[in-house]
Design a protein around this ligand. Sequence first.
Ligand SMILES: [Zn+2]
Length: 266
Amino acid sequence: MSETPIFQLHRGDAPLLISVPHNGTRVPDAIASRLTDEARRVPDTDWHVADLYAFARELGASMLVPTHSRYVVDLNRSEDDVSLYPGQNTTGLCPVVRFDGGPVYRPGEAPSPDDVAARVETYWRPYHAALGDEIARLRAAHGRVVLWEAHSIRGTLPFLFEGPLPDLNLGTASGASCSPALEACLTAQLAAQSQFGHVANGRFKGGHITRHYGQPEAGVEAVQLEISQRCYMDEDTFAWDAARAGRLQPLLRRLIEDAIGYARSA
Ligand SMILES: [Zn+2]
């Protein structure tokens, strides 16, 4: 077991949990030594997403933030590594291909099935155990909880999708992971502004966490928001852009407030 914590959990008192499964950047030395130079920069990180949503703690939200990079193990894939988007380019449980199509590992250094199993045990299971426990705590306290899957991605990635991605991409597993009323409330909030483009269930419909935990009939409402990184950072240097983030955060706050309000009233 690594001495670095696997995740940080902030427990709030509102019926909403933000999960940020791709925010981590740490790669243990034994894995980093096997990566290509490009991959060591962990370019496919959902950069700064926990910081982008830092305001949500003031609203009472809980937040679960992992330490390690998706190149160690992707927490938003199922442990049996079923493709999220059959027939389209995507990346797996222990990705060997970057979002730009290049290799994550140096020749001959890709993880073996035993490596993958060990990473699932060390990093994947503890995150999911914490996620499941926190969902259960909030649902027991409130009767209903919203799981907000917070993501971001470079807005132009020809290997994964054609043309620029819309600014804000809401995913509800095509309506299966949350109640229609919650999706309607969030899309109405997005439609009430014209600064940021948006789509629901476009290229990104929600990953494993959204699809697995979202059970609206059982009081767990899961939604994913995939944000194009140009909305709050520099996509080439990975630097936070305070001016851009400051324009986006008021909208994110309204969405989170709506989600909390929905969970309280439903
Ligand atoms: Zn992500």
